[in-house]
Write a protein that binds this ligand. Structure first.
Ligand SMILES: *[C@@H]1O[C@H](CO)[C@@H](O)[C@H](O)[C@H]1NC(C)=O
Length: 339
């Protein structure tokens, strides 16, 4: 009996700890793209993240003014390595050390780096076979600087899959099979997730006759369930994520988590498929889906950290939908509320 109190304290501590882990994992992130000539200063942008209670930020390259602005912000940072740097860093441990020494080490005390993404959508492509080596060299540099809570990964687009439907048939294309097997192997050994870009919008917009809008927007209802073997899908987002999970299983890497490095819906540029309302509904539903931690039918309950694309409408991107993915206008007013 006299041990009861300490048992209860242990339980309480564990519950509190779990709650805290929960919070730090289930939070929403937003990609901070800078392809605009009318965007606010990085300092103002980081303040906007904090005001908007966005806890995670993904940046595509290590810009010093952005890293400076992140100091002391407590935002959890995913930092991208530029695609142009991959071959050098794959070729030389020293180049990887330099990269980490330049872009992480000077900020490590007051910037909360969580992930480094080695390349953005380079698999498939001519750099695909350099990714694993570059990841490994970067990981070695990170570990030798005592930064090993930072995980090293890469970002792959939907077209890394040769088959993506139904989800249970998901498979990497022959072209990327070797590269993805190597990448998944290093992810597995370093306990890092694979980052994937998932855009139900593009699937829907290219095939609106066959894909119900509600299915693409995660407006789940019984009319829009698709059956895949023993699993039922009530939204396209889950189906797209699980196609990757199946593809990983097929290379014996089903234990590697997938996280979402980008998802979103443009608010303009291709009416009627794009609208402020569709964008609002999609992002609100994804946010709820992630917060609920229901996982996907193939990975029930599994964490699914997600970044929305993007913080701002970016006027230097190609005209049309690409300029209209922002949650905010460049003047920092919201395009729509994200509840
Ligand atoms: C990763 O780096 C370590 C240390 O240099 C090396 O022993 C290992 O073979 C490398 N692995 C890959 C997949 O390159």
């Amino acid at each position: 009996m006299r041990y009861m109190p300490s048992t209860w304290i242990t339980v309480l501590v564990l519950v509190l700890l779990a709650h805290q882990i929960n919070i730090s994992f289930a939070c929403i992130g937003v990609c901070y793209g800078l392809n605009g000539d009318n965007l606010p200063s990085p300092k103002d942008v980081i303040e906007l993240y904090k005001r908007s209670q966005i806890q995670r930020i993904r940046i595509f390259e290590p810009l010093p003014e952005v890293l400076e602005a992140l100091r002391g912000s407590n935002l959890l940072v995913t930092l991208g390595m530029r695609n142009e740097d991959i071959t050098n860093i794959a070729a030389s441990q020293e180049a990887a050390n330099d990269w980490v020494n330049t872009h992480l080490v000077p900020y490590k005390i007051d910037v909360a780096f969580r992930y480094v993404t080695v390349g953005n959508e380079v698999i498939p492509g001519p750099l695909a076979n350099y990714v694993t080596k570059a990841m490994n060299n970067t990981w070695n540099a990170i570990v030798s600087n005592g930064l090993d809570r930072v995980r090293v990964t890469t970002v792959v687009p939907a077209n890394a899959l040769g088959v993506s439907y139904p989800p249970s048939a998901g498979a990497f294309s022959d072209e990327v099979l070797g590269a993805m097997t190597d990448v998944a192997t290093i992810l597995y050994y370093t306990h890092a997730p694979l980052m994937i870009n998932v855009y139900p919008y593009f699937a829907y917009a290219s095939n609106p006759e066959e894909i119900p809008l509600d299915y693409a927007l995660l407006n789940s209802n019984l009319q829009t369930v698709t059956v895949d073997g023993e699993l039922n899908y009530n939204n396209l987002f889950d189906a797209m994520v699980d196609a990757f999970n199946t593809a990983l299983e097929k290379i014996n890497m089903g234990d590697v988590y997938v996280f979402i490095s980008e998802t979103g819906w443009p608010s303009a540029g291709n009416e009627p498929y794009t609208s402020i309302e569709n964008a609002r509904v999609y992002n609100t539903n994804v946010k709820k889906h992630i917060h609920d931690q229901v996982g996907t039918p193939r990975r029930p309950g599994r964490m699914l950290d997600t970044f929305f694309f993007a913080m701002f409408n970016e006027n230097l991107k190609p005209a049309g939908v690409e300029q209209n993915f922002g949650l905010f206008y460049p003047d920092m007013s919201p395009v729509y509320p994200l509840d």
